[in-house]
Design a protein around this ligand. Structure first.
Ligand code: PMP
Length: 430
C-alpha cells in the first residue's frame, strides 16, 4: 500500500502542529506508525491522499451515523450555506433543533446549543455547581468528558481519595474537587456518597463507556446511580456525546430507562459539523444566562449550517427500523469477528450496544475499566495495522469504541470479517 503522500503531509504537519495533528488520538501514537490523511469520504468509506480506500469504523468518532457524504445532509448544508454562514442573531433552525432534541429526549425540557462535546460537559457541570451550590463532582475512571480541567483527573492512590490531575496545567486545587469511581461498581459509589454525598454537585457518566473501549452498564447500575443522586441531592449527568442518537434514538437514557437531570450531546447531532448541546429539566436550564445567573455563551453556537446538517441527520435516523437495522449490522460484524478469532485460536471478545462496539483481546467478556486495561494491547496494535493494510480502518487505540453506520452494507461487513480472518491468523502465528 503506497502511503507516500500521507507520509509527506505528516512530515510537514509535525513541524507545524503539536504531534502533527489537531486532536491527539489521530496521530496513531498508541498503535504506532503514521496516520493516513483523508482526501474524501463517501458512505462507509474513507479515501486517502494516496488513493487508498478504507472501510471506516471510526465515523469521525461517532457522528457519521448515516455514513459519509449522505446526499440529504449535504443538500441541507449547501442550501443553508447559500443564505449565509453565521448571523450573530437567532435563526429559525435553532428553534427546530431545540424542538427536535426535546421531543426525542424527554428528560431535556430545554436545551442550549454549543460547539463541541467539551463545551457541553463544561457547561453542564457549571450549571450543576451553580444550581446546587456545591463544588464536588464525581466521574468514573476510563470515562472521557472532553478536555475541561475538572475532567482531566484520575483517582488518587487508594479508594475514596481526591482526584489528581492527569495533565500539567490542571490546578491541584481544582482536581481535588473531582472524585473518581470505578465504572460498574455500585458499592464503591454507595460508599463515596455515604462519605461525601452532601458536597456533591453532580455525578457525570458515559452511560455506555466509549472511551475505555466499549463498556456497557451492568443491569441496574444506572438506576442505582439515579437513586443515589436523588437521595443525596446531587444531579445525575449523562454524557451522551457518543451514545446519544447512537445506542437508541433516545440515547442510553431511553435504552436503559433512566432519566438524568442533565444530558450532554456532541458531534452526533451535528452530522459532521462542530456541534454540542446540553439540556435537562426546565427549572435547571432556566438558571442559564440570560434567563438566569449562570453564565455560558458562544459566538457560533446554533450556527445555521451546523443546525441544518444536524437536523437532516436527525431526520434520517427517525426512519422506522433505523436502529434495529443498525444494531443488526453491529451484531453481524461482532459475531463475525468473534467467529474468525475463535477459528484462529485467538483469545478475543466483543461488546456491542446499538451502533457502537468494542473489540477486546481477552477471552472473557469485559465490562470494567480494570479488565479493559488488562487486555493484550500489543495484539490489538498488530490487529489494527493488519486490518489497515487490508483496507479496514478501526479506531487507532485499544481504548476507543468502534462505530457502525447505516451506510455499511453486508458486503462491507463480509469484507471486514474476511480481512479479520487473515489478521487473526497472523496474530496466532506470533
Ligand atoms: N464526552 C464524550 C463521551 C466524548 O466521547 C467526547 C469526545 N470523544 C467528549 C465528551 C468531548 O467532545 P469534543 O471532542 O467534541 O470536545
Amino acid at each position: 500500500m503506497d502511503t507516500s503522500r500521507s507520509h509527506d503531509l505528516f512530515t510537514r504537519a509535525q513541524a507545524l502542529m503539536p504531534g502533527g495533528v489537531n486532536s491527539p488520538v489521530r496521530a496513531f501514537k498508541s498503535v504506532g506508525g503514521e496516520p493516513f490523511f483523508t482526501q474524501r469520504a463517501d458512505g462507509a468509506y474513507l479515501f486517502d491522499v494516496d488513493g487508498n480506500r478504507y472501510i471506516d469504523y471510526v465515523g469521525s468518532w461517532g457522528p457519521m451515523i448515516v455514513g459519509h457524504n449522505h446526499p440529504q445532509v449535504l443538500d441541507a448544508v449547501i442550501a443553508t450555506a447559500r443564505d449565509g454562514l453565521s448571523f450573530g442573531t437567532p435563526n429559525p433552525l435553532e428553534v427546530t433543533m431545540a424542538e427536535t432534541i426535546t421531543r426525542l429526549i424527554p428528560s431535556c425540557e430545554m436545551v442550549r446549543m454549543v460547539n463541541s462535546g467539551t463545551e457541553a460537559t463544561l457547561s453542564a457541570i457549571r450549571l450543576a455547581r451553580g444550581a446546587t451550590g456545591r463544588a464536588r463532582i464525581v466521574k468514573f475512571e476510563g470515562c472521557y468528558h472532553g478536555h475541561g480541567d475538572s475532567f482531566l483527573v484520575k483517582a488518587g492512590s487508594g479508594a475514596l481519595t481526591f482526584g489528581v490531575p492527569t495533565s500539567p496545567g490542571v490546578p491541584k486545587a481544582l482536581a481535588d474537587l473531582t472524585l473518581t469511581l470505578p465504572y460498574n461498581d455500585i458499592e464503591a459509589a454507595e460508599k463515596l456518597f455515604d462519605e461525601h454525598g452532601d458536597d456533591i454537585a453532580a455525578l457525570i457518566i458515559e452511560p455506555v463507556v466509549g472511551n475505555a473501549n466499549c463498556l456497557p452498564p451492568r443491569a441496574g447500575f444506572l438506576q442505582q446511580l439515579r437513586e443515589l443522586c436523588t437521595q443525596h441531592g446531587a444531579l445525575l449527568i449523562f454524557d451522551e456525546v457518543m451514545t446519544g442518537f447512537r445506542v437508541a434514538l433516545g440515547g442510553a437514557q431511553a435504552r436503559y430507562g433512566v432519566a438524568p437531570d442533565l444530558s450532554t450531546f456532541g458531534k452526533v447531532i451535528g452530522g459532521g459539523m462542530p456541534v454540542g448541546a446540553y439540556g435537562g429539566r426546565r427549572e435547571l436550564m432556566q438558571q442559564i444566562a440570560p434567563a438566569g445567573p449562570i453564565y455560558q455563551a458562544g459566538t457560533l453556537s446554533g450556527n445555521p449550517v451546523a443546525m441544518a446538517a444536524g437536523l437532516a441527520m436527525l431526520d434520517l435516523v427517525q426512519a422506522p427500523g433505523f436502529y434495529d437495522a443498525l444494531e443488526a449490522k453491529t451484531n453481524a460484524l461482532c459475531d463475525g469477528l468473534e467467529a474468525a478469532a475463535r477459528d484462529a485460536g485467538v483469545a478475543f471478545s466483543t461488546q456491542r450496544v446499538g451502533g457502537m462496539f468494542g473489540l477486546f483481546f481477552s477471552a472473557e467478556k469485559v465490562d470494567t475499566y480494570a479488565q479493559a486495561v488488562a487486555c493484550d494491547s500489543a495484539r490489538f496494535n498488530r490487529f489494527f495495522h493488519a486490518m489497515l493494510e487490508r483496507g479496514v480502518f478501526l479506531a487507532p487505540s485499544a481504548f476507543e469504541a468502534g462505530f457502525m453506520s447505516s451506510a455499511h452494507a453486508q458486503a462491507e461487513i463480509d469484507a471486514t470479517v474476511a480481512a479479520a480472518r487473515e489478521a487473526f491468523a497472523e496474530i496466532a502465528a506470533g
